[in-house]
Write a protein that binds this ligand. Structure first.
Ligand SMILES: Nc1ncnc2c1ncn2[C@@H]1O[C@H](COP(=O)(O)OP(=O)(O)OP(=O)(O)O)[C@@H](O)[C@H]1O
Length: 230
């Protein structure tokens, strides 16, 4: 489990996270939702240890971030792929050096599903294919927790559906995916837990299936209700 406890983070005067607390469960897909600039990316970066926090505590399976928890976390940022100057194969070789759980099997299987070959130079790929490689590099780390920041931006609808199917396929029972996205409709069917963020705070957290069963509401319906009181 990932425990985020009373975490605050400022960038100079901007309060990105404001005493936020929530837990992320094992074996689940958790979506972090919210409008622009509410702190979604900062949460993922704070969990991954890429930005420091000002106060509060983040525990990964009970431990503060250290060299062991590092290998439990794979962060896929919303910026263009790393390694533009490398071929896909070279990028795999590079990643292998750093990530002890790296799975070539997963990497090559995903590559095949995405119709890509490892001899391709990353800089020569289309935007959609660069995004695919980025996802492969993230999932092949075979981490316990895969954190995906807006993985669908710039990707067409058909490829998004492909991603979603592949994300679900490549998750073992004890692995978790944490995803920030605006494309709520498309992830609706695979998401277990939802965290709605506003102004750096958690304003509502729920289990998608329970809300469907008890209130007959989709994630987007619930989000509208929470944001606008509809
Ligand atoms: N490196 C930075 N320096 C200064 N301010 C930052 C930095 N990164 C984020 N911010 C600010 O912190 C706040 C939260 O940003 P964050 O990127 O976490 O939000 P977000 O919910 O992911 O936004 P979006 O959906 O637009 O990606 C915003 O006001 C943003 O402008």
């Amino acid at each position: 489990m990932i425990e985020v406890k009373n975490v605050s983070k400022k960038y100079k005067k901007i309060k990105a996270l404001n005493d936020i607390s929530f837990n992320i469960q094992e074996g689940k897909i958790t979506a972090i939702l919210g409008t622009n600039g509410v702190g979604k990316s900062t949460i993922l970066k704070a969990i991954s240890g890429l930005v420091g926090i000002d106060s509060g505590e983040i525990l990964i399976d009970g431990d503060r971030i250290n060299k062991d928890t590092y290998n439990k976390l794979a962060f896929v940022p919303d910026v263009e792929s790393h390694f533009p100057q490398l071929t896909i194969k070279e990028s795999f070789e590079f990643m292998k050096e750093f990530y002890i759980n790296w799975s070539d099997e997963k990497a090559y299987e995903m590559l095949e599903i995405f119709n890509l070959t490892d001899d391709l130079l990353i800089s020569s790929l289309s935007k959609g294919n660069k995004a695919r490689v980025k996802i492969v590099l993230g999932f092949a780390q075979n981490a316990k927790y895969t954190l995906l920041d807006e993985p669908f931006s710039g990707i067409d609808i058909f490829k998004r559906e492909e991603f979603i199917g592949i994300m679900a396929k490549y998750m073992d029972e004890n692995q978790s995916i944490i995803i920030t996205t605006h494309e709520i409709g498309e992830i609706e069917m695979i998401v277990d837990d939802v965290l709605i963020i506003d102004n750096g705070k958690l304003i509502f957290g729920f289990n998608a299936e329970e809300i469907r069963q008890s209130e007959g509401k989709s994630i987007i319906d619930k989000m509208r209700e929470v944001y606008r009181g509809e």
